[in-house]
Write a protein that binds this ligand. Sequence first.
Ligand SMILES: C[S@@+](CC[C@H](N)C(=O)[O-])C[C@H]1O[C@@H](n2cnc3c(N)ncnc32)[C@H](O)[C@@H]1O
Length: 237
Amino acid sequence: MWTFCLQRRFVHCSSRLLKKNKTAAEQRWLQRQRRDPYVKASHTRNFRCRSAFKLLEIDGKFRLLQPGHSVLDCGAAPGAWSQVAVDKVNSAGTDPTLSQGTVIGIDLLRIPPLDGAHFLSCHDVTDPTTQAKLRGLLPNGQAHVILSDMAPNASGFKDMDHEKLINMCLSLIDLAEKVLQPKGSLLCKYWDGILTHKLQEKLLSVFASVQTLKPEASRKDSSEKYFLARMYKKPGM
Ligand SMILES: C[S@@+](CC[C@H](N)C(=O)[O-])C[C@H]1O[C@@H](n2cnc3c(N)ncnc32)[C@H](O)[C@@H]1O
């Protein structure tokens, strides 16, 4: 239903743009959407957006998400990563022979409901009130995996946006201290820039392994990359 709405919205949006008064930027965006194999594939596979393929690719390589796992999806709207997570951790109980996991998604925006996921829409991940609610929702207050595809609204000033996203990622390290299990994993998106090393060092101080990833589905012309940090060394454990 949601994909249908998305497709309708896209078609509606496209036809409006196709009519007239298209700006050059709108024409470029439309052309890119039409040519993008991941956009097409996300429609075919009923994903809410193309970003699903980034997580599928990373998970295919590193087997991050296992049946029975508890997953926190930060910046979850519209919900494509949560769709992947629900399937992988069996949180909808689709396969009764496997253990059933948990998926909690948080976003500043409204996230349309998804079977197998619990969403905290209109919530800020960095807000202590959100984090208290989250602990109440996670089994034993702990997650096996924290995912973050969060991104601030881009201001157009590259360095400023980079710094903002790095700070958001740094705040996830504080959140990990509260909710990530020992030996757990954190996957976070960042925009590459001068402060990348600061985030990498901070991650290396609390995780045994930190890898830089640029999935195929991530646009080549984007500075977007991901850190996959594994084997969390929980302070005091
Ligand atoms: C690229 S989208 C995520 C797409 C998502 N992974 C998916 O597959 O559907 C980034 C999201 O991060 C959210 N976001 C940014 N800052 C946030 C914050 N402080 N707390 C919660 N969500 C945030 C934005 O509202 C936006 O929806």
